[in-house]
Design a protein around this ligand. Structure first.
Ligand code: ZN
Length: 274
């Protein structure tokens, strides 16, 4: 295997143990060069304070998680989502995030119209893009595993996400999160199609067998069945040189452990299993 990838700590990995300050200090202590905060942690400490802490510790910000959730059952709901997304773009700009991750949203309450939800997503991103371009924050569509199509994201494959990118032009790209796309028979082709221009982030964890919770049972790299080195090589072959974000939502295991042990294990597995 060539060089180990440069790690970014997605704060979701230690969200039960650490606030943002502790996560930033943890990264600095363990030599992790980048971080990816979630907005709830930013709000806890304030965006300006977050910016100061991150720069004081010399960290890069690989992404801000997350905007999105565009579909709604009426115009008031859609407008509220857009307003919130504009604030997310501004926060991403303030902390110098390399992109804003979009978890695009699923079906509005009571709806069975998936096609309409997908159109609302496309329209929402198109509208948000103007503001995102103006402040220089790339929007990163993260396709989610189809098990989340109803309630979290109705964009479920890289192909779908790239079709949206192609129709919207500059300033929008994709996140390749192995947890969501590892099963896709078209994955290698779509990563090639995305290329270095469209791949704005690479997220890693592992798929445990069996998986006991749809959301909060992600595995540490190497503990599951995803061929991480293969997917990583496809991503790197596009010329991608960004950070590899470790994002492990794990209610029954890693969220219960000493967070320093978690970060140490992430770093080890970046070398041995990614
Ligand atoms: Zn992710």
């Amino acid at each position: 295997m060539p060089h180990p990838p440069l790690m970014s700590l997605n704060v979701a990995t230690v969200r039960k143990q650490w606030n943002l300050r502790e996560a930033i200090e943890g990264c600095a202590r363990h030599g992790v060069p980048a971080i990816a905060p979630w907005r709830d942690k930013l709000e806890e400490c304030g965006v300006e304070e977050a910016k100061r802490m991150i720069s004081d510790h010399g960290l890069k910000v690989s992404s801000l998680c997350r905007g999105g959730m565009f579909p709604a059952s009426d115009t008031v709901g859609r407008q509220a989502a857009l307003d919130d997304n504009r604030r997310a773009v501004d926060d991403a700009a303030t902390i110098g995030a390399a992109c804003l991750v979009l978890v695009v949203g699923g079906l509005p309450k009571g709806s069975k119209d998936l096609k309409d939800a997908r159109q609302q997503v496309q329209d929402g991103i198109a509208t948000l893009l103007e503001h995102a371009r103006a402040v220089g924050v790339p929007l990163a569509i993260e396709p989610l595993h189809p098990m989340y199509a109803a309630d979290r994201a109705c964009v479920n494959t890289l192909s779908q996400a790239l079709d949206i990118c192609d129709s919207l032009g500059d300033g929008v790209g994709v996140i390749v999160d192995v947890y969501h796309v590892w099963w896709d028979p078209d994955l290698e082709t779509q990563i090639k199609r995305a290329g270095n221009q469209r791949i704005l982030g690479f997220h890693v964890c592992d798929w445990l067998v069996p998986t006991t919770d749809l959301l909060l049972d992600r595995g540490m790299m190497g503990d599951g069945i995803i061929d991480l080195p293969a997917i990583r090589s496809w991503v790197e072959n596009t010329g991608f040189t960004g950070y590899t974000e470790v994002e492990i939502l794990s209610a029954r295991d890693w969220w219960l452990r000493d967070p320093d042990e978690v970060v140490k294990t992430c770093l080890e597995r970046m070398h041995s299993a990614t």
